[in-house]
Design a protein around this ligand. Structure first.
Ligand code: SF4
Length: 191
């Protein structure tokens, strides 16, 4: 893949049949937000609401993510949000390795075109794919890693916070650290 714009890439993604999920999706869910975002969030795969709307993180989990962004004063329109898989796995099952392999090129191109300063994995599946295969979300959320010249971290997936609200405290602390890192980056950039 070597696309010159996100629009062109999105067009290819909308037609994609590179794995069986292309046959069962309603809409592919490419990604949304600022094409020049400094902060990019990467989740696992679209859910039911996302499959219907074609927009990532619009369901309950997405609304919760919005609240955390608001709490640390990061405008949602200033970030970019995407998933590892662009089409919904049936019954929201975990992505299969071969589906991730077929789809990951779209995310790589999104990152190449957007060039964010920080990439935040939303949940275990995304962190295992983008940071390291043995990533332990309960132990390693909020830690910083460098991969391919990008600063990366992982936080709980908002759906996990809906299942276990006790994790919200950790999520807020992680989001504060992300905001702080963003602001530090701006200081260095200005200097
Ligand atoms: S999940 Fe990815 S690789 Fe599979 S059909 Fe959808 S866009 Fe193509």
């Amino acid at each position: 893949m070597n696309y010159t714009s996100l629009e062109e890439l999105q067009g290819a993604c909308a037609e994609c049949m590179a794995c069986p999920l292309g046959k069962t999706r309603t809409k592919s869910v490419f990604g949304t937000g600022d094409a020049k975002a400094e902060l990019m969030f990467v989740g696992e795969a679209p859910g039911e609401q996302e499959d219907l709307s074609g927009v990532p993180f619009v369901g309950r989990a997405g609304q919760l993510l919005d609240k955390f962004l608001y709490a640390v004063d990061i405008p949602r329109e200033k970030v970019y949000i995407a998933n590892i898989l662009k089409c919904r796995p049936p019954k929201n099952r975990d992505p299969l390795p071969e589906e991730e392999e077929a789809c990951i090129g779209y995310l790589r191109e999104q990152v190449r075109l957007i060039r964010p300063k920080i990439i935040v994995c939303l949940g275990r599946i995304s962190a295992m794919r983008l940071i390291k295969p043995d990533f332990k979300i309960t132990k390693e959320h909020g830690e910083w890693f460098e991969r391919g010249g990008y600063l990366m971290t992982a936080v709980y997936h908002p759906a996990a916070l809906l299942r276990d609200p006790r994790k919200k405290e950790d999520m807020l602390e992680d989001m504060k650290r992300i905001k702080q890192k963003l602001d530090e980056g701006k200081g260095e950039y200005k200097a």
